[in-house]
Design a protein around this ligand. Sequence first.
Ligand code: MG
Length: 202
Amino acid sequence: MKIICIGRNYAKHIEELANEKPEHPVVFLKPDSAILPKKMPFFIPTFSDNVHYEVEVLVKINKVGKHIATKFAHKYYDTVGLGIDLTARDVQAKCKEKGLPWEKAKAFDGSAVVGEFYPKEEFDMENISFQLKKNGEVVQDGNTKTMLWKIDELVSYVSQYFTLKKGDIIFTGTPAGVGKVQENDVLTGIIQGKQAFEIKIK
Ligand code: MG
């Protein structure tokens, strides 16, 4: 399986990182080795002094698809989840400066936190509220209604480039409020009132 991630999909997050608003969705990949094993803590890697959390709504692809039209995109996922796109912000800043690819900053081991998935019928895809708590305090509070590109548009867009396969996961971008993780932090993800994950930072 593969993980397809969307960057810069919420205006306020674009502002906080002083990025330009993109003309098209920003897309990058994480390999399956990036998934943090369930119940494992996240160990801050030695190559970064500034790993950021980015809480994101996830969808899991349920069948093969390519060149999917937006109006049919909803047929390609049954479940919705929540995760974290952990990002070595210092490494990413160096990559961006030099115009280099982002993988070392985005695709390292443990950088994809994947929480529980729930049936999509439980959600209005264009109005999903979700939060990230750090040590019990809300640090990110988002809603898919403020996305620049809606989830079905993203599924359609990425399927122009990559054949989607059963089990692939799409990370749909983070709202404002990203910040640094520190040793002993506990990060809790909540989607529509349900706790989708809890991870410890080591
Ligand atoms: Mg992200």
